[in-house]
Design a protein around this ligand. Structure first.
Ligand code: B16
Ligand code: MG
Length: 211
């Protein structure tokens, strides 16, 4: 078997918290009278909270102090975390759940590689708190995707070399991160069109055809 482990991005792959990020950022953009749409939102996929804020603020003619930026990011996160309160195990699709179970049944180790500092809370909401062998997230990295740190840490936690791990991503930045770290990748949605993707997949269950 080519792969010994699969490292999953969280937001946009395992679950659809991307819609909550969008709503929370949209509220901020509207309050500041900044144009924000789905296309700009796509640039935020896999990117850290502060880098996401910088991208949205490009749409404003005024400048913001570091203290203002910290406050805006904290307020956005508060709105986002409130929205996460609406999530439960029912938000985990049966396709994702059944695919995870089958991958595990094939003897693969499963891990999370997410930029989010809320990853553990999301896993708890989905009923997946103790499901993955390793969780590497925004709380254990200094550099966000396209830097490979988050995936390299996941591989290190698993004690498996990058070339034996498959990374699953919905973000172009994530596919680039995988490539930079020496990982093969499977790209969904936006990420399936990345020039760096190893396998373009149209649905989560397609992973079973790869491994
Ligand atoms: P937080 P992923 C990423 O999660 C999101 O795609 C991205 O939109 C977000 O800005 C980032 O997490 C940080 O999230 O504000 O919760 O720390 O796709 O890497 O699982
Ligand atoms: Mg993602």
């Amino acid at each position: 078997m080519k792969y010994q482990a699969v490292i999953f991005d969280l937001d946009g792959v395992i679950c659809h918290t991307d819609k909550y990020h969008y709503l929370a950022w949209k509220q901020m953009a509207d309050d500041l009278d900044i144009y924000f749409d789905e296309e700009i939102n796509n640039r935020l996929r896999g990117v850290s909270r502060m880098e996401s804020l910088e991208i949205i603020l490009e749409g404003s003619s005024r400048t913001f102090s570091d203290a203002e930026k910290e406050k805006l990011a904290a307020e956005k996160n508060e709105r986002y975390v409130n929205l996460l309160g609406e999530m439960s195990a029912a938000d985990l699709s049966s396709e994702v759940w059944e695919t995870l179970e089958q991958l595990r049944g094939k003897g693969l180790k499963l891990a999370i590689g997410s930029s989010s500092r809320n990853a553990k809370l999301i896993l708890e909401r989905l009923g997946l708190k103790d499901y993955f062998e390793a969780v590497s997230d925004g709380t254990n990295i200094a550099k966000s995707k396209p830097n490979p740190e988050v995936f390299l840490k996941a591989a290190e936690f698993l004690h498996i070399e990058p070339d034996k791990c498959l990374v699953v991503e919905d973000a172009r930045a994530g596919i680039e991160a995988a490539k930079n770290g020496g990982f093969d990748s499977a790209g969904m949605g936006e990420a399936s069109a990345s020039k760096d993707v190893t396998y373009a997949i149209s649905s989560f269950g397609d992973l079973l055809k790869i491994v």
